[in-house]
Write a protein that binds this ligand. Structure first.
Ligand SMILES: Cc1cc2nc3c(=O)[nH]c(=O)nc-3n(C[C@H](O)[C@H](O)[C@H](O)COP(=O)(O)OP(=O)(O)OC[C@H]3O[C@@H](n4cnc5c(N)ncnc54)[C@H](O)[C@@H]3O)c2cc1C
Length: 267
């Protein structure tokens, strides 16, 4: 059992961390980079089925904010939580953002999980990587020597690996204006992890990103929802099979969900 003094100390520490983490920050101080000596992309296998991503206390220095430009472009700070995305008036400029964030896990995860953490961890079962790839988000990465912007389609490099290098941070997510989007997923139970998911967006062409079927979102294009299944088959998916779904079942779900997301986007 914890002694009272120890418990009081832990509660005080938790309160201090919460206060600091909600402070809006616009400029990235030099000290931010002292926090990231541990490579963000380096995962440490603890056991065959358990990963440990070395935590970096980026929440102390990164923005938690929205900025909606006159042309409808939305800039989001990486520390913005899912709940904030669901509730923000600005984020409604791209309604699919709030719709998908509202589906992530449970209320505790949505209150603490962040858009930046979701993208930087690049767990292939996450909701946001395929969504960002489908809607054409751009991700700004900042390092000591300046910043660069990467399209979401190039940001995800492998399981738990992204374009964020050593001594770099994801500092901004830029979402272009648009409303014709869709998302569909089959999850493990109501609040569970995705077994397969798909995000679709219409911007001239119909663009679909498939999640959970490869290490990174698989992008395909189709002429209409009627040809989506054929386009998915043309991608020659070879999804992993596990205790939740065989490879064949995941590939089948990818077709069904891609069509569902496409029909939602075309409504
Ligand atoms: C029980 C549970 C259920 C979940 N279910 C789902 C689900 O259904 N769908 C889903 O999408 N997700 C799910 N998740 C994942 C969750 O949504 C978060 O993405 C995940 O827990 C990361 O949390 P975080 O946002 O606090 O990021 P952190 O834990 O703070 O960060 C994750 C990693 O990214 C790095 N990082 C974070 N921000 C930056 C940055 N700006 N620049 C560089 N590196 C950075 C960190 O150093 C760390 O290595 C679930 C998580 C839990 C615990």
């Amino acid at each position: 059992m914890l002694k009272r003094s120890k418990l009081a100390f832990l509660l005080l520490l938790a309160a201090a961390v919460t206060c600091v983490s909600v402070m809006p920050m616009t400029d990235l101080p030099e000290t931010a980079f002292n926090e990231i000596d541990t490579p963000v992309n380096q995962t440490i296998p603890v056991a065959p089925w358990v990963k440990f991503v070395p935590p970096v206390e980026v929440r102390f220095v990164l923005p938690r904010s929205f900025d909606l430009a006159g042309d409808g472009t939305l800039s989001i700070g990486p520390m913005t939580t899912y709940t904030e995305l669901v509730e923000s008036a600005e984020a409604r400029a791209r309604p699919i953002l709030g719709e998908v964030c509202a589906q992530i896990a449970d209320v505790q995860v949505r209150n603490r999980g962040t858009i930046g953490g979701n993208l930087c961890s690049n767990d292939p079962t996450n909701h946001l990587p395929p969504l960002m790839a489908a809607i054409g988000a751009e991700l700004t990465i900042t390092g000591r020597s300046g910043e660069r912007t990467v399209p979401a389609s190039d940001f995800f490099l492998g399981v738990y690996m992204t374009a964020v290098g050593q001594e770099e941070l994801l500092t901004r997510i830029t979402i272009p204006a648009g409303r014709r989007d869709g998302f569909a997923a089959v999850t493990l139970g109501v609040d569970g992890t995705c077994i397969a998911n798909a995000a679709a967006s219409v911007n001239g062409s119909l663009r679909i990103a498939l999640g959970c079927v490869d290490a990174v979102p698989v992008l395909i294009e189709a002429d209409s929802p009627d040809t989506v299944r054929e386009a998915v088959r043309g991608a020659h998916l070879d999804p992993p099979g596990d205790v939740h779904a065989s490879s064949e079942y995941r590939a089948h779900l990818a077709e069904v969900l891609a069509e569902r997301a496409a029909r939602q986007a075309m409504r």
